[in-house]
Unconditional design. Structure first.
Length: 156
């Protein structure tokens, strides 16, 4: 008796939710937004089965959401660029023509520039927030230094 390779294994939504650490509702919502592929891959009322590729994509989406603190709109934009890059990688693998590969690279550059722009914009917001916290911390330390020892709680 042989078993199917791990790549052929499929998962129900509850299994995926537990594995990734999100709710089934989150997975359905991501499907509605087009982040996990079309819901049309299943017939009405039928359970959708998720592949390892689906699980991997969901893990990446959650990582990007949490790491970068992206809004759903930003996450969708970033996911769209990821899908476009994947399509270009497939095209690259299917050709040996230098002209076609040059065209693929030219198409990939603006996609990566868009991704980099999203990440840099998020980083700038985080840097600004860190600067605000650092200023507040310095202000508190300055206020503490200015207080005389006799006016501080527990001071002698």
């Amino acid at each position: 008796m042989t078993t199917a390779p791990a790549l052929d294994r499929t998962y129900r939504i509850g299994e995926v939710a537990e594995r990734v650490g999100v709710t089934a509702r989150t997975i359905r919502y991501y499907e509605e937004l087009g982040l996990l592929g079309p819901e049309s891959l299943r017939s009405k009322g039928a359970h959708r089965l998720y592949t390892e590729a689906d699980v991997g994509r969901l893990v990446e989406l959650i990582r990007l959401r949490d790491l970068l603190g992206l809004s759903l709109e930003e996450l969708t934009a970033l996911a769209d660029t990821g899908q476009a890059r994947a399509a270009l990688r497939d095209q690259w693998a299917e050709t040996t023509s230098d002209d076609e590969r040059a065209a693929i690279i030219e198409a990939a550059i603006p996609i990566l520039e868009r991704q980099l722009g999203l990440v840099r914009a998020r980083r700038q917001k985080l840097d600004e927030f860190a600067d605000q916290i650092a200023e507040k911390l310095e202000s508190l330390r300055r206020n503490l230094r200015e207080l005389s020892p006799g006016t501080r709680p527990g001071g002698r």
